[in-house]
Design a protein around this ligand. Structure first.
Ligand SMILES: [Zn+2]
Length: 221
């Protein structure tokens, strides 16, 4: 499958050669079997405290987990298109047909863009917005900022995640005029306890945004 994002080719793509990052069989950036495994209907996640309704494109398991990790940690950027397409489907499932929402990605932890070299959630949100282009012009508005340092959420339970993130995000004043117009869909990669989406939703609503729902690539059970 030819990449439509040649400018995103990376060292990891070269190292992997023509192997699929989902199953290591030949086929890049995604073999036919893994591509088929991804073709599933998005679903409404079970509710989490403080979260708006969330829609997921798939589970955080198996091939889907392997692909997301390859994209985020091994920088297999050829996966931006298939994963962005899945995020677009979750966004479409979460909203009424004639609604053109503003997509607000959850911001990366401070320092992680420098470490990774890019912001995976922002990139997927942009691909998803382009996919949606046939329906209407959907904008990505990366407006959330960290107000203070937060710990890595991995290994923290729900209560500690909530405490770690409480009040951590903010919408800067200068960005507020644009967000009070259109319904907002928050986008993120993985939904676990929902603490991140709850904090993102709180910060956006405090800034006057109409948070409608959220869409994620994968739900962690
Ligand atoms: Zn595969």
């Amino acid at each position: 499958m030819p990449s439509v994002l040649p400018f995103l080719s990376s060292l990891a793509d070269l190292v992997l050669g023509d192997r699929c990052p989902g199953c290591a069989r030949p086929g890049a950036p995604l073999c036919t079997r893994c591509a088929q495994a991804l073709e599933r209907r998005p679903w409404r996640c079970r509710s989490r405290p403080g979260c708006p309704p969330v829609w997921a494109a798939g589970p955080y398991a198996g091939v889907e987990q392997a692909l997301l990790l390859a994209f985020k940690e091994r920088r297999v950027r050829g996966l931006a298109r298939p994963l962005g397409h899945r995020l677009a489907r979750a966004v479409a499932a979460s909203t009424a047909k004639d609604t053109v929402p503003l997509l607000v990605p959850v911001p990366p932890r401070p320092g992680s863009v420098r470490r990774r070299g890019y912001d995976p959630v922002l990139l997927l949100a942009r691909v998803a917005a382009r996919e949606h282009g046939a329906v209407g012009h959907m904008d990505v508005y990366p407006v959330l900022r960290h107000r203070r340092r937060v710990r890595d959420q991995a290994g923290l339970d729900r209560e500690h995640r909530r405490a770690n993130l409480a009040g951590a995000l903010i919408v800067p004043w200068k960005a507020r005029p644009r967000i009070d117009q259109r319904p907002v869909v928050i986008v993120d990669d993985v939904l676990t306890t929902g603490a991140t989406l709850a904090e993102a939703s709180r910060a956006l609503r405090a800034a006057g945004a109409r948070v409608m729902c959220a869409a994620v690539l994968a739900e962690h059970h």
